[in-house]
Design a protein around this ligand. Structure first.
Ligand SMILES: [Zn+2]
Length: 166
């Protein structure tokens, strides 16, 4: 079933036509990585920050995502917001850092920008493209490790630091 996109007036006022077209295309591409999610309606609201996910009426079919049209569109940012819905409606552990780990692990599509909440050394932040795939592999390992070790976020942050060549 096609997804219906809605936009609040403040969002439409702040966004260019291209931005409104692109955010729909990118969201649909991101959703292909979330077979557990089945939204019918996605509503975009204006936010002053970068992005935020909000559940509307606590339904599994209507999502509200806040996005700032003055910021660039990143798969990583939209993927992160969609992962918040997976946290609510599926079995993804809650929390922002967990959201980043699961988003990076989910697909290479989400490597187009560094994550916001996992602590990254400046070298990795500045040269993200050189490290993105290795960081993703560590996130995949971290999800495995979580089965026996609840400290998987501490583990992944420590392992990410080791990626920086001295
Ligand atoms: Zn978040």
């Amino acid at each position: 079933m096609p997804i219906e996109f809605k936009f609040t007036k403040p969002f439409i006022d702040a966004a260019s036509e291209n931005f409104i077209t692109d955010i729909q295309i990118i969201t649909l591409e991101c959703l292909k990585e979330f077979p557990e999610l089945h939204p019918k309606t996605i509503k975009f609201s204006y936010t002053k920050g970068f992005a935020c996910a909000m559940t509307l009426k606590a339904t599994e079919t209507t999502y509200n995502i806040g996005y700032n049209p003055e910021k660039p569109l990143y798969y990583n940012v939209l993927g992160h917001e969609l992962m918040h819905f997976a946290q609510v409606f599926s079995k993804i552990p809650h929390g922002e850092k967990s959201c980043d780990v699961y988003t990076l692990a989910r697909s290479e599509l989400f490597l187009d920008n560094p994550p916001c909440y996992i602590d990254l050394p400046a070298e990795i932040e500045n040269y993200w493209d050189n490290y993105a795939k290795d960081v993703r592999n560590l996130c995949i390992d971290a999800i495995e490790i979580r089965k026996t070790n609840r400290q998987y976020i501490k583990w992944v942050v420590k392992e990410i630091k080791k990626l920086v060549k001295k």
